[in-house]
Design a protein around this ligand. Structure first.
Ligand SMILES: CC(=O)SCCNC(=O)CCNC(=O)[C@H](O)C(C)(C)COP(=O)(O)OP(=O)(O)OC[C@H]1O[C@@H](n2cnc3c(N)ncnc32)[C@H](O)[C@@H]1OP(=O)(O)O
Ligand SMILES: CC(C)C(=O)C(=O)O
Length: 558
């Protein structure tokens, strides 16, 4: 911002709470979760969900494990009203799930809300009115604190009157001093206690006091101070469930919720992926998975996050950003070389050590626990390194390259990504590996060969091969203690050996559709140059000979 713009703004006042306790607390248990996707999320959509979309979404929330779901604002429109009616009349609300409905402290809206709840077995009626000085002055036209308190009390009284109209419903009552985050704390307390006086909660039938950061004005520690102050000063804390409802205007909704829990809150309202007004509500997926990643069971199941994301994107017409914690497309992907190297080593080490606890560099959780495959973890562009390329060739295509071959292959393939200025797909990486290193057939190629496994008394092997070299066809023969060794001797006798064989590995190609074998040979040339080549064939012997020919050709070209 320009300095003249910045002058418009003021610092946010700190809370006077010198002996705050929350910084020493640790989150060790799960809160009560309430999804507000179908209300706060839905009211923020350019095109609100249809009844059918809401039904699909509701069923998904139930499958995830939410036991409290704010289903809407039934007095706001026919769609909202009818949605609740369908849930009730079609018996779609499981016995262990409580639906919650939001309503302003206005008579006609309250009456319509209770009408919408007829037949519900259990419900939470959520009353709110805005309390902050800003809202009192602007929205409520310079209303006094007394007048705002009166709105809340009259709303609460009418609800008390309406409760007997739902005799078969197990009702819980909830009150939100909306805009709690910028309301004077003593006024929030006063108005909440006034509502409690009307509703007379008990330890068995507690009131829910929801303390929303309707707008996130300050750093998350201020929110925690506000929550701790409120919990410590509330007269009958044992008769209230303290609930958080954070928004994300400063980008710290998740942090504010976590600190709010440390400060004593019992319950969390939020939405999947943080949909909601402006920058959104708290992202419950993130907070719950943060807890899981510290070993806390939340009762919410995000093990099939891709399906959840698909339903969310289709019904809300919003897109989950690629960097969204846990759920974004790219959050378990490494493009850069040093990250890829460490991740590959982490996975290899886990397998080797059969480790009990998670510990892979750069990955706070195991992507498979969210239904994400390992395949997408390492992707290749010009920032990538040899470890990542080896990972792709191994995990996606079954080629387990010798460690000392990684630099030669890596350098060639990420140079290709650099030339093309783009990411290479796993198939392009395999194709490039084949083009550059596998079955290389010029200047020398192997046309035919025959092996005699009884060529000597000690089990030597004779190799009779037909090769083409620089366009000329030649027949060569040699004896050795195995096919590769025999072929090397044949080349030697033909005057073509200008190398020594340093290393040889082979394996069956994992997951290969045609049961291929892969072989890798490293040769050292006359100037001490070391070069690897690879061969792939359905015969393990032929794969070895092709690897030797590849290495020979690559050495000649180097
Ligand atoms: C922070 C939140 O997310 S709060 C939830 C917000 N969600 C929604 O608003 C979605 C659903 N809302 C609606 O469909 C409509 O706003 C309705 C049906 C609730 C009300 O509609 P309307 O009465 O036509 O209009 P509107 O919302 O503009 O009403 C404003 C009036 O209500 C008053 N009001 C606003 N909030 C409250 C409240 N909680 N309690 C009592 N009165 C309130 C305003 O002061 C204003 O009064 P005025 O007309 O005397 O100035
Ligand atoms: C109604 C309240 C809880 C709300 O949505 C908010 O304050 O953001």
């Amino acid at each position: 911002m320009k300095p003249e713009s910045i002058r418009k703004y003021r610092p946010f006042p700190a809370v006077d709470l010198k002996d705050r306790q929350w910084p020493d607390q640790v989150i060790s248990a799960t809160p009560i979760w309430c999804s507000v996707d179908l209300r706060d999320g839905n009211q923020a959509l350019p095109t609100p969900m249809t009844v059918e979309e809401k039904l699909e979404y509701f069923e998904m929330l139930v499958r995830i494990g939410f036991k409290q779901i704010e289903v809407g604002f039934p007095s706001a429109s026919d769609t909202e009203f009818n949605f609740l009616r369908r849930l009730i009349e079609e018996n779609r609300i499981p016995d262990d799930v409580t639906v919650q409905v939001l309503v302003q402290a206005r008579e006609h809206l309250l009456r319509r809300t209770f009408a919408a709840l007829h037949g519900a077995k259990q419900a939470i009626v959520h009353l709110y009115n805005s309390t902050s000085p800003l809202q009192r002055r602007i929205t409520f036209n310079d209303a006094s604190q007394e007048k705002i308190k009166k709105i809340a009390i009259e709303g609460a009284e009418l609800i008390k009157e309406l409760v007997p109209t739902l005799p078969d419903c197990d009702l819980t009552l909830q009150y939100s001093p909306e805009s709690f985050s910028d309301t004077e704390l003593d006024f929030s307390l006063e108005i909440c206690e006034a509502v409690m006086d009307v509703w007379q909660p008990t330890e068995e039938n507690k009131i829910i006091l929801n303390l929303p950061a309707t707008v996130e004005w300050a750093t998350p520690n201020v929110h925690a101070d506000q929550i701790e102050w409120f919990c410590r000063n509330l007269k009958e804390r044992n008769k209230a469930i303290i609930s958080l409802h954070t928004h994300n205007d400063r980008g710290t909704g998740v942090a504010a919720t976590e600190l709010g829990l440390m400060a004593g809150a019992d319950r969390v309202e939020g939405t999947l992926f943080g949909n909601g007004e402006r920058t959104g509500n708290l992202d419950i997926v993130t907070v719950a998975l943060n807890m899981n990643s510290h070993g806390i069971d939340t009762g919410l199941d995000f093990s099939d996050l891709s399906t959840i994301r698909e339903v969310y994107e289709r019904t809300t017409h919003l897109v989950v950003p690629e960097r969204q914690p846990y759920s974004g497309e790219l959050v378990f992907t490494a493009f850069s070389g040093s990250h890829q190297d460490a991740i590959k080593k982490g996975f290899d080490r886990r397998q080797k050590d059969k480790a009990e606890f998670w510990g892979v560099p750069y990955l706070t959780i195991d992507p498979q626990d969210l239904g994400r495959s390992y395949e997408a973890i390492i992707r290749i562009n010009s920032q990538s390194g040899k470890g990542g390329i080896a990972y792709i060739l191994d995990r996606e295509h079954g080629y387990d390259l010798p460690k000392t071959m990684h630099p030669q292959v890596g350098t060639r393939i990420y140079a290709l990504a650099d030339e093309q200025s783009r990411e290479l797909t796993p198939n392009e990486i395999k194709d490039a590996f084949f083009d550059f290193f596998v079955n290389v057939s010029a200047p020398m190629s192997l046309i035919d060969y025959e092996l005699d496994h009884h060529a000597g008394e000690r089990g030597e092997v004779a190799c009779h091969a037909e090769i083409s070299i620089n366009g000329e066809t030649r027949k060569i023969s040699g004896i050795g203690n195995g096919p590769i060794n025999a072929f090397v001797h044949a080349l030697d006798q033909a005057g073509l050996k200008k190398f020594s064989l340093v290393d040889y590995r082979s394996h069956a190609v994992r997951g290969g559709s045609d049961a291929d074998s892969a072989a890798y040979i490293q040769l050292q040339g006359e100037e001490q140059k070391l070069v690897w080549g690879a061969g792939v064939d359905s015969s393990i012997e032929m794969a070895g000979l092709k690897a030797l020919v590849s290495a020979y050709n690559l050495l000649s070209a180097s």
